[in-house]
Design a protein around this ligand. Structure first.
Ligand SMILES: Cc1cc2nc3c(=O)[nH]c(=O)nc-3n(C[C@H](O)[C@H](O)[C@H](O)COP(=O)(O)O)c2cc1C
Length: 308
């Protein structure tokens, strides 16, 4: 019998829905036993978030500063055959609970020299977070063999509005009755067991290198040109702004509230303004810089880390 460990975090259940869908073939196969470990911070992150709480989480998330976690419930001496990590990007970085797990004392024992598959559920921007994931896995000697993403299928501006309603107001149905429902769609969940089947078949045949290319053929990764460019900007600017806020104080402190509030206005405004400009650039980019663009998309479609 093969044993799978699933490490996940979820605030509203979308990650668990994605997991259930992908892992359906494994659940139906008696040769596999799955252990689920939901990562729980000692101090729960709020849902819905207040505006200030949400943007106040930005600096520590970007800097990868861990929070305290509740003890794991699994037996960490178990020799798992496959590890699955399901997570959400927060501010183009790994969400704090999973980032904290990846820095915990137990992580090496569980993950070192093990094949890992990541399942991401998010609005639409996961490239930067996954780069950080690649680095963290490299640090603990784990091998990333597959990545599957579940994204909101609306345009960037529409999902900017619906995600804010989702996280700040807790709106799970159509915002104001007119916007599309935020998040992972039923259609994508119905399609997802095929990803599990690909993983299982290749594990059975010991062809782990085939997993990502076959997942890609089934649409496991959604890499949009405009978002690729936009994330590049964020990657350069976010650490600077995170430092600017951190300088004033630690998470939750009164002293940095002013800077957090400014960020809370500046970030959505900047996205609103530059989104259409970047969309135009991204339409031109494949024409002007065809090779480079293709190379970038190919890079983010695979699981090794770029050498700088
Ligand atoms: C603090 C915070 C930051 C977020 N940042 C991003 C982001 O950078 N990119 C993205 O695509 N989605 C982002 N999101 C949206 C989450 O991915 C979304 O809340 C997630 O799909 C919910 O998953 P869950 O139901 O499993 O908790 C963010 C959400 C939160 C709460």
């Amino acid at each position: 019998m093969k044993r799978i460990l699933v490490i996940y975090y979820t605030q509203t259940g979308q990650a668990k829905q994605a997991l259930n869908a992908v892992l359906k073939p494994f659940e139906e196969n008696q040769n596999y036993k799955i252990d689920y470990e939901c990562i729980k911070p000692k101090k729960t992150f709020p849902y819905p978030w207040t505006y200030t709480e949400f943007f106040d989480a930005f600096p520590e998330t970007v800097h990868g500063i861990p929070c305290e976690l509740e003890p794991l419930t699994i037996d960490i001496t178990t020799n798992y055959d496959l590890i699955i990590i399901a997570y959400q990007p927060w501010f183009l970085s790994i969400c704090v609970p999973i980032s904290s797990f990846l820095q915990s004392t137990e992580v090496k024992q569980l993950l070192a020299n093990k094949p890992v598959i990541t399942i991401i559920n998010c609005r639409n921007m996961w490239l930067g977070a996954q780069e950080k994931m690649k680095q963290r896995l490299l640090n603990i000697n784990a091998t990333l063999i597959g990545n599957i993403t579940f994204v909101d299928r609306s345009s960037n501006l529409v999902s900017l509005i619906t995600v804010l309603a989702f996280v700040l107001k807790g709106t799970k149905e159509k915002f104001m009755g007119i916007f599309p429902k935020y998040g992972v769609t039923k259609k994508d969940l119905t399609h997802a067991p095929i990803f599990g089947k690909i993983i299982m078949d290749n594990i059975e045949n010991d062809q782990l290198q085939n997993i990502q290319p076959q997942l890609n053929q089934q649409g496991a990764l959604d890499i949009r040109g405009n978002l690729l460019i936009m994330e590049g900007r964020g990657k350069a600017l976010f650490p600077l702004y995170a430092n600017y806020i951190s300088k004033k104080g630690t998470q939750g402190s009164e002293q940095r509230k002013m800077r957090v509030r400014i960020f809370g206005i500046v970030l959505p405004t900047v996205i609103l303004i530059i989104s259409p400009i970047i969309t135009i650039i991204s339409r031109l980019a494949p024409i002007i810089a065809k090779k480079k663009f293709k190379k970038e998309i190919a890079y983010y479609s695979q699981n090794t880390l770029r050498k700088n």
